[in-house]
Structures are given as C-alpha cells and as structure tokens.
Unconditional design. Structure first.
Length: 843
C-alpha cells in the first residue's frame, strides 16, 4: 500500500473528492482506511481522512506529496463509517468531508497550527551582520533569547512564541527568512485527553513492607504516605491529588519518596465521566408480559441469526417498549456484539439514562449535546477503545464507533429532531438502517405514534427503501387503562363568559389534584405560538430588522428577541409608529400561565420548564428531580414535558391549547399535533393511580384531536393518509427543498428562476418531468421558485423550490448537479444554495 486517497478539510466544493498522497515508510504501519491525517494542501497543512488505500505498483507518480502525520494511534473511523459517509454525501447531497466530520466529536475537529523550531545553520549566518542589516543591529540579544526559548523544548507554536515575545514579530520574520528558525504546520485538536498524575509503588509489596519497618524517624510524613499506599495496594495507581488530600501532605513529601525509589509518579490518561459519583440502582430483567414476549421472541430470532432486519415497534405509551429494548440489547451483548440506542435530544433525560446504566452499568456511554466537549470526547473514546458496549445518545449516536454493531434502537422514531437541520442534513433513521444493512445488524424503530412514512412502509411497498416488520403492543405493561381524555371547546367557554386561559373543567380538575396532593403536568404547545408585541391603536407588530419575523417578548429581561438570529432589543414603552401607549405583548407564554396559576391557586408550587429555565447545564435534571421529590404540584412546560417522563403521582395532564400548531404552513401539522397530544396524555396515570387528561381546543372537531383523545392511532393514520395521497405528499412521494439566498433581491430572483428553468429543462430531457397525478412511477414535479416562508433571514433574502418526486430515478444527483452548474456559471460568492432532501421543517 503506497498511496492513500484522502478527503481533505477544505471548504471548497471542488475539493469534494479524494486526493492522492504517498505514504512515507515510517507511517506505513499506522495508516488505515479511517485514519485521520495531516496533509499538505496548497501552501497549508490541513486535516483529512483516508478513505482508501492503493498499491503503488499500478500508479507511479513521483510528484505525489507525502502524508505528513497520522493524528491518532487508533483510526477514529472504521471502514464501515467511511462507507456510510460516502452514502450520506450522495443521499443528502452534502460534501463528503462534512459527512465524515459529523461522525466525530467536536474535540477532533482539528485546526492547523504553525510550529517553529530551530533551523540547521552555520554560526555566521545565525547572527546577522550589522553592516548588511543595520536595522537589526540591536536584535542580537532578542534573537539569543528567542533561540534559547525554542531550544528548551525544541519546538513551540507560533502562538506561544508571540505570547512570550509580543514585540518581536519583525525579528522572528527575519530569523525565518535566514533559516535560523523554520516553520512547519501541524494539526492540533480542540481538546486533548485528560491526564492525571498518579502514584504507584515502584517496588514489590513485600519489599515495600520491609522498607516501611526500616524507615528513618525523621521522614515520618513520607512513611505515612508509603504505609497509606501499601494499605491500598489493590486499587493502585491512585490519583496524586487524592493522596495529598487524604493525608494532608505536600507534593514534595511524595516526590521525596519517589526520589528514594519506593514509588513512581506518572501521568495516566483518564476519562472525564459526566456521571461520576452517581449511583445507578442496578435492575434485573423483568418477566415479560404475554404481549412483550411475542415481540421479544420475534426480534431475538433475528438477533440470534445476526441478520439485518428492521422492526417497527408500535406500542402505546406505557406498553413497556423500554424493557424490550433492554432485553434485546442484553441478547446482542451476549453474542459479543454492541448496541446503539437513539433517543430524541429532549427525551435524553437522566431518567432515561438511569434505565440503561441501571441494567448495563459502566458499559454504557452517553452521547449528549449537553455534555462538555471534553466529556463528549471521552464517552466517544470509551466506545472506540472498546470499553463501552452500549451507546445511548441523540441523533449522532448512530455514528457510535463500534466495531461489531449488532443492534440499533431508535426510540420515538417519529421525532422530527432525528433530522439534522444543518449540513449534513441527514435523517438518523435512514442512516441507522443503512449502517445496519452494512454490518448485518437489526434495527428497532419504537413509538406510540410511528411516523406516517414508517407506518406506511410497513404496510405497503413504497419508494422509501425500507420495509419494516410491524410489531404491536396495544396495552400497557402494568395492565392499567390509558387515561380518559376530555376535550374542552374553548369557544364555548368564551361564549359563556370565561375569559381565562383555563377552562372550568381544567380548573376544577387542578383543584382536585391540589386537594388530594397529586401532581399535574401542564403542556403549553408553543410551536406556532408567539408572544409578539402589538400596538392596539395602529396594529404595528415589532419585527426583527433582519429576518422578517415577529420578535418574542421575554418578561424576565423585559426585552424582545428574535428566535432565528438572536437579535435583541428593549421592549418599547411607546409605539414606534404612532406613539400610542397601548402597545403590549400578546399570546401565551409559559410565564403568563405561571402567573395565572399563582392568581387562581394562591400558594401553588409550579416548576416551569422551557428554553429559558433550562439553558444551564444540569438544570433540566434539577427541575425534574424537584418534581419527582414532590417539591411542586405542577410541572408546566413546552414540548419538553411531553417526552419520556414517568412519575407515579402524576394523575392529571392538561393541554392549554391543543391546536396552536394546526394552522402552520406544514403538511405534517396534523401529524405533529396528534403525536404531541398522544405523548403528553401518556404521562398520566402510569402507575397505580388512574389518570385523566384535559385538552383545551378551539377546533375540537379536527380529526387529529378527535383521534388523539380516543387513543386511536389507526383511524388517525387512515384519515391522514387520505389527505396525503390527494395532495401528493410523503409517504406518497418524496420531497427536496432547495433554498437559494443572497443579500440582493433582484439578483436572487433571477438566479432562482434560472435554477428552476435549468432543472426543469434537464428533467424534461430525461423524460422525468411531469405531474404526480399521472400513474407513472418515475416522475419529478417542480414547484416554485417562491419566497420562503421566512423570506429574509440574517440579512439574506430567500427563495425556494420544492421538488416532489417518485421512483428509482436519481433526482437527488440531478438537483445537486444543477445547483453546482448555477454556482459555477454565476461565480457570485454571495449566492448560497441549500439542498434539503426529505425535509422535516418546511419553514
Ligand atoms: P413505554 O416505553 O412503552 O412508554 P415503559 O417501558 O416506560 O413503556 O414501561 C411502562 C411501565 O411499565 C414502567 O414503569 C415499566 O417499569 C413497567 N413495565 C414494563 N414492562 C414490565 C413488565 N414486563 N413487568 C412489570 N412492569 C413492566
Ligand atoms: Zn401604534
Ligand atoms: Zn432575526
């Protein structure tokens, strides 16, 4: 193997292909497919990934540049992941480097660093000739200092050098020019491994005991340390810090022992453990219910044979899906394979983690965006180095670097957060299925409300490339009923004079819970809602100057903020348009509900959980713990309170406004409403106490609300599929959203039209272009260009084209090709084209 094909980290489209590098003899042992390397590219050193190796016999190119450095002892990517990245770049029209990088923790997103070392030059040239370079006549001393400084370690970074000699830039440049100093580049990671000074015995235990007896009197402190270490021989090496604090001795005492040769102080690598010091109550497998047994038997047959198969586990809330996951994982681990568990980011609660850590202990690595960069890196390393066999995490856990993956579980598979909104815009479900296909693993997609795509795929042959085996669990594991759901028509409330945000039904149900000391979860469906500021005199609405959307009022800081770009400004006291004082905020935020609760039920204890109260690390967990310990009567929040919580004393769930998201310009609005209502209703009455749900709505007759309150998934699906089929939406076709943006509107308009025309022309030539109404299987239809729902974002205008298509034709490749051709022909760096394949967000 003499040539490595490398994907380099250079943000230019023309570099989205492998480049050849020769492999120096000294690196041959270390380079594999998946290695991260530093390579010269132009005048720079950049990071890259080896995607294939070739023997040099076939290609002889003496001009090939060599790989400079291998950046890790163990390649961070496996050939399997490299192949998956290749698939992603085609499937989601993204660059290969961005797919590869999405698989790695942030800590490994290395950047080039300039390194300075001493050059190999003769004494005369080492110091400047005063006559030749009079301007440097005085620099001799400075040069000597710099030479000494670098000589101490042999090599320093440019940054370190500038910090030590902030005034010497000219001198350094001069030294570099003469070759007294030489510059090289290397890739430096954002975050290194954590090292710890550790103490161990340097001699055998018997020898140590003997030494202890003969210890000189005057070194009593050292003797103490030695005896302490002998006592703890079984758990050595131990952290130096621990020894110091346990015995209240100084580091020099311990050093003294080392000098005498009794002990050894060394640096060891440690993992930053985000769950350090936490005890997880060990749990054992539960005897399965009859329903669970059937499901488990079916899946374990596939695991037994190590086949690739996809299961769609449709189980109502509380049906015991998690127990199925746990036992299937056990089965997989028993075969010496590993398992990855994906949960939506906001459901990745400590409660969830506890269930996996409780069963599989320290073999569980958690991959979570709330962890620090260092913690995330170390959890990832535990997997890569084979010290963890189960990964629990959000979306990106699908890339967990296991070597022998046997099972991927995706809980709440319908969640839109499984789709990444920035590049690479991948869906974890498709990536999971693809990866499992590659390595012969099983996939379990679990949900009480499967996405229409997955459900439809399990019932019919579709264009989507997977056909899962449907498994159902229609009853709760503990035998209790699903909670009764009351739908309250809020229009009626208003007619009868109730202007409060609480219906009489919800009010009395809350009062009952307070009396009985039971708990309530209140959901405010904030999606599509806004707490905007409006002038009641002239109708002025405060909007973001950059984004064309209304600003949201935050009472805590008394300012207005844009949720898209972060723009903030003080809340106006007078209307900027007409000067009226009647300017105030509208809509219902969680803070308003909290205030209202306080007024209606004096003394009520409310825990509010929303983006404002959960920004701090660990705050989410703290709030939930408080609620579990019954320090509050009500848990009030947004979507966050709907997922995965399991509290025995919650007997009431209230939904303040069920339909606030129904009118969004999104064809999934009904599906999302149905899912959210089902999820949150599932939080009630999960244990001994029976549960009740009150749903407040202004459109109670809407089928998503009717069927959610009847716990009737099938009827909802039937009705929704009818709509989708009629309007040509997924799962009856696929979508690609192409968004073009530019700071100048007229230019953008022309380019967007150009794009649409070119795409249409090409599709027509291939005989793909047409209407989806026709019964042909291979068809592409194009809508737009039109202004995006958010027509201006962060100062850029936006236009979009929606492509609807069906069949085995390569529409994704075509859409990308036309975008690249447009970019090449207009050569305007201000133009950005974003391609979103199978978009989840249409806003
Ligand atoms: P889901 O994930 O489907 O919503 P869970 O896994 O949270 O359901 O299970 C609901 C409750 O039922 C939990 O309290 C769980 O401990 C309990 N449970 C699940 N399976 C069993 C079983 N086989 N025997 C007894 N209790 C069970
Ligand atoms: Zn006004
Ligand atoms: Zn904005």
């Amino acid at each position: 193997m003499d040539i490595a094909k490398v994907i380099v980290d250079v943000p230019v489209r023309s570099t989205d292909r492998p480049f050849d590098y020769s492999i120096p003899e000294s690196l041959k042992l270390w380079i594999e497919v998946g290695s991260r390397v530093a390579v010269p590219f132009g005048h720079r050193t950049v990071q890259g990934f080896v995607v294939s190796l070739e023997s040099g016999e076939t290609v002889v190119n003496p001009g090939l540049k060599p790989i400079q450095e291998v950046l890790d002892l163990l390649p961070p990517l496996s050939p399997e992941l490299v192949e998956l990245a290749d698939w992603m770049s085609k499937r989601y029209a993204c660059r290969r480097i961005s797919a590869l990088q999405a698989m790695l923790p942030t800590a490994l997103k290395g950047k080039a660093e300039r390194l300075i070392s001493l050059g190999d030059v003769e004494e005369e040239t080492a110091f400047p000739d005063d006559e030749l370079f009079p301007m440097f006549a005085d620099s001799g001393d400075e040069e000597r200092l710099i030479t000494e400084f670098i000589g101490r370690t042999g090599e320093v970074s440019m940054k370190q050098l500038t910090r030590a000699f902030p005034e010497a830039a000219e001198t350094v440049k001069f030294m570099l020019r003469r070759g007294v100093l030489v510059e090289s580049q290397s890739i430096k990671d954002k975050m290194g491994k954590k090292k710890l000074k550790a103490v161990d015995l340097a001699i055998g235990i018997t020898a140590a005991r003997e030494a202890l007896n003969k210890f000189p009197k005057k070194s009593a402190r050292q003797k103490e340390v030695l005896s302490f270490l002998i006592e703890r021989e079984a758990t050595l090496p131990m952290a130096l810090k621990e020894v110091l604090s346990a015995l209240q001795v100084t580091a020099s005492t311990v050093k003294g022992l080392e000098e005498k040769g009794f002990i050894e102080i060394s640096e060891i690598e440690v993992y930053r453990d985000p769950y350090q010091g936490r005890d997880f109550k060990p749990t054992t497998p539960l005897p399965l219910t009859a329903e669970q047994e059937i499901v488990y038997t079916r899946i374990s047959r596939t695991l037994e044979e190590q086949l690739h198969e996809v299961f769609l586990l449709h189980g109502v809330t509380g049906s015991g899906k998690t127990e199925i996951y746990l036992q299937c994982i056990k089965r997989c681990l028993d075969q010496g394979r590993q398992a990855a568990v994906l949960v939506p980011e906001i459901a990745l609660t400590p409660q969830m983690v506890e269930r996996f850590k409780g069963r599989f202990g320290s073999g569980v690595a958690v991959m979570h965006s709330r962890l620090s960069v260092g913690e995330r890196y170390d959890e990832w390393r535990k997997i890569r180095e084979g010290k963890a066999t189960v990964a629990v995490g959000a979306r990106s856990a699908v890339f967990a670097p296991f070597s022998n993956l046997g099972l991927i579980i995706m809980d709440e598979e319908h969640e839109t957060s499984y789709k990444q909104e920035e590049n690479p815009k991948y869906h974890a479900r498709d990536a999971a299925i693809r990866r499992a296909e590659q390595c012969g693993a099983a996939v379990i997609l679990g949900s009480a409300t499967p996405s229409l795509e997955s459900y439809h795929a399990s019932r019919a042959q579709t264009d989507i490339h997977f056909s899962p085996v449907l498994l159902e669990m229609p009853t709760r594991a503990l035998g209790n009923e699903l909670p009764k759901v009351n739908v309250v028509d809020m229009r009626e409330e208003l007619k009868e004079g109730n202007r409060s945000m609480f219906s009489r039904k919800l009010h009395s149900a809350l009062a009952e819970r307070l009396e009985r000391g039971e708990q309530t979860v209140l959901l405010l469906n904030r999606r599509g809602f806004s707490t905007f500021v409006m002038c009641r005199s002239c109708g002025y609405v405060a909007g973001c100057p950059e984004c064309d959307i209304s600003l949201t009022y935050h009472s805590r800081s008394d300012n207005l903020r844009c949720h898209y770009c972060g723009h903030a400004e003080p809340a106006p006291k007078l209307c900027p348009e007409c000067g009226s004082e009647h300017i105030r905020f509208f809509g219902t935020g969680t803070q308003r509900v909290e205030e209202e609760l306080g007024k209606l039920f004096p003394g009520i204890r409310v825990i509010r959980m929303d983006v404002d109260t959960t920004t701090e690390k660990g705050s989410h967990e703290k709030l939930l713990n408080q609620f579990r310990d019954k320090k509050a009567d009500v848990l009030l929040g947004t979507q966050m309170v709907a997922k995965g919580l399991d509290f025995p004393d919650v007997t009431l769930v209230g939904v303040i406004t069920a339909d606030s998201a129904l009118n969004l310009p999104d064809f999934r609005a009904a599906e999302k409403t149905f899912q959210l209502l089902t999820q949150v209703a599932g939080r009630a009455g999960r244990h001994q106490l029976p549960g009740e749900v009150v749903v407040q709505s202004y459109t109670p007759e809407h089928y998503s609300i009717v069927h959610a309150s009847g716990h009737d998934y099938l009827s909802f699906v039937r009705e929704e599929l009818k709509h989708r089929r009629g309007l040509h939406y997924p799962p009856y076709c696929r979508l690609i959203l192409v968004t073009l943006s530019h700071e100048q509107l007229p230019l953008l308009l022309r380019m967007a039209e150009n794009y649409a025309m070119n795409l249409q022309g090409k599709a027509r030539n291939l005989r793909w272009y047409g209407s989806l109404d026709k019964l042909t299987t291979d068809v592409l239809d194009l809508l737009g260009p039109v202004a995006s729902p958010i027509p201006r974002l962060k100062g850029r205008y936006r236009f979009q084209c929606m492509i609807k298509w069906r069949g085995a034709i390569d529409v994704i490749g075509l859409v990308r090709q036309v975008a690249e051709e447009l970019e090449d022909s207009v050569r305007d760096a201000g133009l950005q084209i974003s391609i979103d394949v199978d978009p989840q967000m249409l806003m």
